[in-house]
Ligand binder design. Sequence first.
Ligand code: FE2
Length: 375
Amino acid sequence: MPQLEEQSASSVQDFLPLNGTDYVEFYVGNAKQAAHFYRSALGMKLTAYRGPETGVRGEASYLLEQNKIRFVLTTPLTPDHPISAHLLKHGDGVHDVALWVDDAEAAYRETTQRGATGVRPPETLRDEQGEVRISAIATYGETIHSFVERKNYRGVFLPGFVAVDKPDTVSRPVGLKHIDHMVGNVGWNQMNRWVDFYRDVMGFRLFKHFDDKDISTEYSALMSKVMSNGNERVKFPINEPAEGKRKSQIEEYLEYYQGPGVQHIAMATDDIIDTVGRLQNQGIEFLRVPHTYYENLLKRVGPIDEPLAKLDELGILVDRDDEGYMLQIFTKPVEDRPTLFFEVIQRKGSRSFGKGNFKALFEAIEREQELRGNL
Ligand code: FE2
């Protein structure tokens, strides 16, 4: 098949218009405790709840928000609940990357006609605040994309969720604004299959392409293609492992998650020094590159607004392309299985993904892999 070229927005017909990410739903073993971590450490605010007390049997869900970012943490209450099997296999992880649409019915029809597997035919959820239309399709692994149409809804989130009105005294906000991109890890030789899926079934285009020469260290490698929707509000890089002397971080993920799934969620801030300082004070652990990284940083990226010493102290990485520069940092995995982690990113013109940092970063990841006995 012909090599997919990186494309500009205008060349794509948008049969699946997206307003942005709606929410990300995680299946977790203990949502009450996980919610505390996301509030006190990551700065999310508890805004709504759904569970036995609100008339839903069998599961409990917490809605957490920070600016435009919405996470839902859901836990099953019984071993025979379908989510329990998901948890047993994958551990805590992302189940649903939900997308905000104007027409959930059309989104379902257009994508399933193009080959998507439907997992939730369009349905209407109602309460006294109005109605939400929702549908969903399957993507890699057991991950799904819900399509959420909320133009006729005035409630806090979805029908069934009850707003939490009292102030969240546990939440310590850190200035995270919106989701910048969400990355999926897929198996050997599966990257192009999922790139084709996002192109053919969801109307995305290739935004950036990195091969194993871009992303390799002495020991391991991976390949990555970034897919974007038409208006660039939704970007999904897809990674697959590549052959190296030792085990790729993607293979480690696939073993512990028992298959493909969401690897990391990048969240944007307008002040990465402030955000990362707060996150570190609140107990979030970040990957650390050696201090030597900063010795020739300015030679590589040119002048930047931020004080170098502060970036070094916090471990923040910088990269530049022809449009500007960006700053980024990665957390360690946020669960005991080395699966999901987060990225904090601040863009100053650049729309890229930090290619110049890959080597230093992956060497830092390998040091962690080594400690876990998985390199
Ligand atoms: Fe990223």
